[in-house]
Design a protein around this ligand. Structure first.
Ligand code: SF4
Length: 418
């Protein structure tokens, strides 16, 4: 059976916003005969990932020469692995499918620009002990594994994850925990990798317990794409275990509204019901989500899954990712299309992770047109211009008779500080 089974006719290029917003069950495609028990078992999903060219050729009749060559190179750069769940979202007849572009390697990955970097965020140079990145004053990144349920072709840690490039990451939890315990400035730990939710419940519980025992640690976070790649992993027992470690936040990683399926929504609601605040970190990707209707549907749909859009990342200049990077200009246009046009909670912060280790820098459309000591001239989402008066201007006397009057309607183009 073709993986096309169960797909709506619309592809990435012509879907309407309404189609993006619908929560659909993941088509099982080639795995239609698999029992529900197996399909819903996260270990079965991991065991049956698509990892070889032979599998891909069978499942994707429209495999292009660029993709075929890309898969052949993946074993020495960043491995290919796609869970059956995520593979079911690929439209097999559409080489431009935004799901496919994220996980199927392409030969363009072997083209390296002079400004691209294997460690664009400078993590290795901010690593006091292996597996800890200490770049900001009060928080650290704790890398727990180099494995993910599936591999994103633009991964900022592709030097490390999957071990295809021979990085040979061997986390030593004792050493990592010891660094945090003897560094009182650290109040916040972000578990990442690789994907921390690939650890067994027992191993994750042990790690979280050891971290919670450190008195100066206030806050724990997990960064994971498991709810998107492998929603079956979000079991009741996992949620029950995680809820013991509050305050614990989880950042997920969804890039396209079609990733938010019925199964994914259930998984996210399970985490939210366990009291875990959820945020989403998207990466701006060319021909994946660099489109106003796609981005709007994504952020609105995330709220329906009780996930707050948190960051929209400009794609890091990771080696071989030029074909996936959209311009900053496009990112700013997309942000303009969100702010004021939809719920404020749905608007993420657009950031560039400063290449070389400068950390996240917010970038915003220009809403401040001019500013001096007395006034700020601003424009709103409709392009209307307003003036906000502040500073040492002459005080405007208020007559006692006016003091308790209902406020008059302000002039439309002027806001006065009271
Ligand atoms: S899930 Fe995260 S760490 Fe894993 S490949 Fe994707 S971006 Fe990289």
């Amino acid at each position: 059976m073709s993986a096309a089974s169960g797909h709506a006719e619309a592809s990435a290029g012509n879907s309407t916003s309404h189609e993006y917003k619908a929560f659909l069950a993941t088509p099982r495609g080639a795995w239609a005969q698999v029992s529900d028990a197996d399909w819903n078992d996260w270990r079965w999903q991991l065991k049956h990932r698509v990892t070889t060219l032979a599998q891909l050729e069978k499942l994707l009749p429209t495999l292009t020469p660029e993709e075929r060559a890309g898969v052949q190179l993946a074993g020495s750069k960043l491995a290919m692995a796609i869970t059956p769940h995520f593979f079911g979202l690929i439209h097999p007849d559409d080489p431009r499918c935004p799901i496919r572009r994220q996980v199927v390697p392409r030969i363009e990955e072997s083209t390296v620009r002079s400004w691209e970097l294997s460690d664009p965020c400078g993590e290795d140079s901010h690593s006091p002990v292996p597996g800890i990145v200490h770049r900001y004053p009060d928080r650290v990144l704790f890398l727990v594994t180099d494995r993910c349920a599936a591999y994103c072709r633009y991964c900022t840690r592709s030097r490390l994850v999957s071990n295809a490039a021979g990085y040979d990451f061997q986390p030593d939890f004792d050493q990592q925990i010891d660094y945090i315990a003897r560094t009182p400035a650290v109040r916040d730990v972000l578990l990442s990798g690789g994907d921390p939710l690939l650890l067994s419940d027992d191993k994750l519980e042990s790690l979280l317990s050891r971290l919670r025992a450190i008195p100066h640690l206030e806050f724990l976070r997990i960064g994971t794409r498991i709810p998107i790649f492998l929603p079956q992993r979000i079991t009741e027992s996992l949620c029950a275990m995680l809820r013991k470690f509050h305050p614990l936040f989880i950042s997920i990683h969804a890039n396209h509204p079609r990733e938010l399926t019925l199964e994914v929504r259930d998984a996210l609601i399970g985490l939210a019901d366990a009291g875990i605040p959820l945020g989403n970190q998207s990466v701006l990707l060319r021909h994946v989500n660099d489109d106003a209707a796609v981005m709007r549907a994504l952020v609105q749909k995330l709220l329906l899954c009780r996930v707050r859009p948190y960051y929209l990342y400009q794609c890091d200049p990771i080696t071989g990712s030029a074909h996936l990077r959209a311009s900053v200009r496009r990112g700013l246009e997309l942000m303009e299309g969100l702010r004021g046009h939809t719920t404020g909670y749905a608007v993420p912060q657009y950031v560039i992770d400063a290449p070389g280790g400068g950390g996240k820098v917010p970038v915003n459309p220009e809403y401040v047109l001019s500013r001096n000591a007395d006034r700020v001239v601003i424009r709103n989402f409709e392009g209307r211009v307003f003036e906000y008066i502040e500073g040492a201007g002459q005080p405007i006397p208020i007559k006692p008779s006016e003091a308790f009057e209902a406020p008059k309607t302000p002039e439309p183009s002027r806001v006065r500080r009271m």
